[in-house]
Design a protein around this ligand. Structure first.
Ligand SMILES: Cc1cc2nc3c(=O)[nH]c(=O)nc-3n(C[C@H](O)[C@H](O)[C@H](O)COP(=O)(O)OP(=O)(O)OC[C@H]3O[C@@H](n4cnc5c(N)ncnc54)[C@H](O)[C@@H]3O)c2cc1C
Length: 358
């Protein structure tokens, strides 16, 4: 097959859904028949399965500030994880888990299914998929934000999809595009193309969330590894020491509730950090009054704002596709709001496209 004859496909986004779509497609179709390019706007891979590395003095703090853990209920996700659990890239997480609230005593919580984490940061699952894809001739570009998309007349052009990355216009087009970015971001990107109105992209949306990352002074300790928080702007507290093998200093990740984030989205990072910190102190004081001095035990603080954290309105189908326009969409928001939903969505779209293009 000549270069002109083979199909070309672009995947926008190297989060878990985009990488799953590429993996499944490549398992079915060889590089001689289909070229696959992935473009990712960030420096790294994994999207919302992210791990921030912060240098504090001569030490490094690793904070999983997006997805905290994942479950594996489907056969396809279990099949991906099984060898990675054996090779210790992934492990079951069994934290000492509690519920904290202003009005009730702290109580221990149980999980009734296995919860997994990546031992060296939540982005290591994506890094693993990327290294496999690269050895299978998938081209992956980071720091490459797709700014604009144009579709030329498909009856005149074999490869009608053209993208613009930053100020740079692509010299060649693609036959197919898969977009794996959060639902609302698709609306901005595809506003100029005549999407099939039945895809209804404007109906799907995400809640925001704030993450507060704290570096702890040595010897500070908490009587739990993770906490679900009620009656507070905070929804979750996670102690890094229970999940990260590579940390040289301990830290906490605090997540706001989605509704509080939505109401307070206009506040700046300093204000967000102050309010979440004040509420963290308050909630820890329900365990012990000595946490009143929490501020003295913090070396560093940082806020991350997730504009599209958790699905508000899902699509309710595994993926969306417009075969006439050679355009597919995948992501957590198609099925639900979890890592596994994102993987399944990408995997199912990849398998569907493999039948069309294979
Ligand atoms: C704070 C928080 C906590 C969470 N906790 C959990 C949890 O405990 N358990 C769980 O299962 N799930 C959790 N989730 C949800 C989980 O992280 C997501 O469901 C999953 O990671 C989504 O994967 P995705 O591939 O669909 O999207 P994403 O991970 O968002 O991937 C999309 C990718 O597209 C890139 N991109 C966007 N626009 C462009 C563009 N224009 N050009 C190029 N690239 C672009 C982005 O940079 C990103 O890498 C959490 C999420 C957040 C934010």
């Amino acid at each position: 097959m000549t270069i002109e004859q083979k199909n070309s496909l672009l995947i926008i986004g190297a989060g878990i859904s985009g990488l799953a779509a590429a993996k499944t497609l490549r398992e079915h179709i060889s590089p001689n028949e289909l070229s696959i390019d992935i473009v990712e706007k960030s420096r790294g891979f994994g999207g919302r399965m992210s791990c921030r590395k912060t240098k504090i003095g001569s030490s490094l703090l690793f904070s999983d500030h997006g997805a905290q853990f994942f479950t594996a209920r489907t056969k396809e996700f279990q099949a991906l994880l099984t060898p990675l659990i054996k090779s210790e890239l992934i492990q079951e997480w069994r934290p000492k888990l509690v519920t904290l609230s202003a009005s009730k005593k702290v109580y221990k919580r149980e999980w009734f299914e296995k919860h997994y984490i990546c031992c060296n940061g939540m982005n290591s699952l994506a890094k693993h998929l990327v290294s496999e894809l690269k050895t299978n001739d998938v081209v992956i570009r980071t720091n490459a934000r797709v700014k604009n998309i144009t579709r030329l007349n498909a009856s005149l052009e074999k490869r009608p999809w053209y993208i613009q990355i930053g100020e740079e216009e692509q010299k060649h087009g693609y036959d197919w595009i898969i977009s794996s970015i959060p639902a609302q971001q698709n609306l901005q990107l595809f506003h100029q193309t005549q999407l099939n109105p039945n895809l209804n992209l404007q109906s799907f949306s995400h809640w925001p969330c704030f993450s507060l990352m704290l570096a702890l002074k040595p010897h500070f300790s908490l009587p739990f590894d993770a906490a679900v928080v009620k009656e507070s702007p905070i929804s979750w507290i996670s102690n890094n020491s229970s999940r990260q093998e590579n940390n040289s200093i301990d830290g906490l990740v605090i997540h706001s509730t989605n509704t509080w984030a939505e109401k307070n989205i206009e506040k700046n990072d300093e204000e967000i950090a102050d309010i979440l910190f004040e509420n963290l102190t308050k909630i820890l004081m329900t365990i012990d009054n000595s946490y009143e001095n929490l501020a003295k035990n913090i070396d560093h603080r940082d806020v991350h704002r997730w504009a599209h954290a958790k699905t508000k309105h899902k699509a309710g189908s595994d993926f969306l596709i417009n075969e006439n326009q050679s355009l597919g969409f995948c992501g957590d928001w198609c099925i639900g709001n979890r890592v596994e939903d994102a993987f399944v969505s990408g995997n199912k779209l990849g398998a569907h496209l493999a039948k069309i293009l294979g």
